[in-house]
Design a protein around this ligand. Structure first.
Ligand SMILES: NC(=O)c1ccc[n+]([C@@H]2O[C@H](COP(=O)([O-])OP(=O)(O)OC[C@H]3O[C@@H](n4cnc5c(N)ncnc54)[C@H](OP(=O)(O)O)[C@@H]3O)[C@@H](O)[C@H]2O)c1
Length: 512
């Protein structure tokens, strides 16, 4: 049955967001992200008819890979990772325009070869195309790639005209304020801000975009969206997985850098920002930056606004799993946190006095990302707590993943002759209403960058505002080493110090 027949709400959605003729160049094309996300994203855009008619894919990397082998690798990646099966109809058309250029990331001559390769594609096509550079390498080579795009003239291609060069930059965007400022400076020495698309794939998730629609298209929320009605906000980004084989990478990063500073801060900004004057990229990003700048500096030290911990051995899905310090590639005395919790205060008219709690961790009880808005209790004692009156605070929660949707906890009367109350949950689930074949975040983001819509990407000043908040904490943690590092059993909801952070305000973490 056609998807629109099974899910009538899909009727009327526009499928046509015309991207101009484009060549997408992926740096790091032999890597994990390219295989798992980028090639499948390009393929699925092809399936949906959203690639421009003149579309070219160019892989770039240090390893010499013949064109034909790169096409085979790409087809294999689609078979393994795409949400839809490989259709030769679609793939053969993309494959005919897929090629590979080998070269170093700091090798200017190789970038000249890349420029000549693109010029050659254009010559055969008989017209100019925009170039979208996707930097999908480890961050150590972000700067040389950017500099060589500048030196070879590729960054300035057609600048100022409708079609020009654009660049998508993967995370991590710096490791503290100084490195983010330096990376922004390198970018700005080569590209204008409107050419730059700093990715946070969380923003490409359907539910994160849904949050904007739900907040601003339903008149019932805005009057309540402030300190008069909201008691506290909890944002959770919990993973069930441990560090696995990525211990070496994680030791340099930790939870605050890997999750809190980027993903949870984006969720916070979209939840708490003022209504933008329009839905264009700059209006939304202006409001997000304003909000990030209104967050008070964190109180540091044992009674401060943050808790950190490492997972200890525990049980996940009935299986025993090792603690962080026993994982492969982890230093025995590691001071890298696998869990972080924060209490943030936003000093503006709307939010003063409302605590925003953020937490993220690995090896938690289950994989879940959600934003929970806890409303104040109603006044008076019509229904005092007691045996007959089981009452909960109203909580509106946006489930980002899994079970994407929106739910609301309300108190209601239990049917019967006496008045008893009980909290109930009203649930909206995207999969039930719209079907579950939702585009992957990377599909949306690659298409947006091709079309030139920066709304779901992070502007340079946003990255710096977020790092400015967290750099003093990272420095304090680095200085303290393992002092103050708590632990939590794998498969639990976090350490006692994180509960204590909320207990100061008589709050408790929700169990999502
Ligand atoms: N994988 C994910 O799920 C994921 C998720 C979110 C963000 N990211 C970000 O996306 C980027 C790419 O991730 P990835 O997992 O695909 O990385 P990766 O597999 O480690 O590296 C991608 C490619 O970069 C080149 N490369 C690797 N190490 C290098 C080094 N030390 N110096 C120069 N080149 C090197 C290699 O290509 P050649 O040897 O052919 O040059 C490699 O195939 C990273 O910035 C990562 O943080 C990844």
């Amino acid at each position: 049955m056609a998807e629109t027949q099974r899910h009538p709400f899909l009727h009327g959605l526009s499928k046509h967001r015309g991207a101009p003729p484009t060549v997408v160049v992926i740096f790091g094309a032999s890597g994990d992200l390219t295989a798992r996300k980028l090639i499948p994203a390009v393929y699925n855009l092809g399936v949906d008819g959203l690639l421009p008619a003149d579309f070219f894919l160019v892989g770039y990397g240090r390893k010499a890979i013949p064109d034909e082998e790169f096409r085979t690798l790409a087809a294999d990646a689609i078979k393994e990772f795409s949400r839809r099966e490989l259709s030769h109809d679609v793939w053969d058309r993309i494959a005919a325009h897929t090629s590979y250029v080998a070269g170093g990331y700091d090798e200017k001559a190789a970038f000249d070869r890349l420029a000549a390769h693109i010029a050659d594609l254009e010559k055969k096509l008989g017209r100019e195309v925009q170039t979208l550079f996707y930097i999908s390498t480890p961050p150590s080579v972000f700067a040389p790639i950017l500099q060589n795009l500048g030196a070879s003239g590729l960054a300035g291609k057609y600048l100022g005209q409708a079609h020009h060069a654009k660049v998508i930059i993967e995370k991590p965007f710096g490791k503290d304020l100084a490195s983010a400022v330096a990376l922004n400076a390198t970018i700005r020495s080569v590209f204008a801000e409107h050419q730059v698309y700093r990715i946070d794939h969380y923003l490409g998730k359907e539910t994160v975009q849904g949050l904007l629609v739900q907040r601003f298209s339903n008149a019932i929320f805005e009057p309540l969206w402030n300190r008069n009605f909201i008691d506290s906000v909890q944002i959770t980004v919990a993973e069930e997985v441990g560090v696995g084989t990525r211990g070496g990478y994680y030791e340099q990063s930790g939870c605050l850098r890997d999750m809190i500073q980027n993903h949870t801060m984006q969720l916070l900004a979209l939840t708490a920002m003022e209504p933008p004057v329009s839905l264009d990229a700059e209006s939304i990003r202006d409001e997000k930056v304003k909000l990030l700048r209104a967050i008070q500096p964190l109180a540091l030290g044992p009674d401060g606004d943050a808790a950190r911990a490492q997972y200890a051995a525990g049980m996940i899905d009935g299986k025993a799993v090792p603690g962080y310090l026993q994982e492969e590639g982890i230093a025995k005395e590691s001071a890298t946190e696998t869990y972080a919790a924060l209490r943030l205060s936003i000093n503006n008219w709307r939010w003063q006095g409302v605590p925003f709690y953020l937490r993220s961790g690995k090896r938690m009880a289950r994989r879940v990302s959600e934003i929970a808005i806890n409303f104040k209790r109603p006044p008076g004692a019509l229904f005092a707590e007691g045996d007959r009156f089981n009452l909960a605070t109203n909580t509106l929660s946006f489930q980002i993943q899994p079970d994407e949707g929106l739910s609301m906890i309300l108190n209601t009367k239990v049917p019967g002759l006496e008045t008893r109350t009980q909290p109930v949950k009203m649930n909206f689930r995207y999969a039930t209403t719209f079907g579950s074949n939702t585009p992957e975040a990377y599909e949306r983001l690659v298409l947006d960058a091709m079309v030139g819509d920066g709304t779901l990407f992070i502007r340079g000043d946003e990255t710096e505002a977020s790092w400015k908040l967290y750099t003093p904490l990272l420095e304090a943690w680095a200085k303290a080493g393992r002092d103050g590092m708590d632990t939590y059993p794998a498969g639990s909801w976090g350490p006692p110090s994180s509960d204590a952070l909320l207990a100061k305000n008589n709050h408790v973490w929700r169990q999502p």
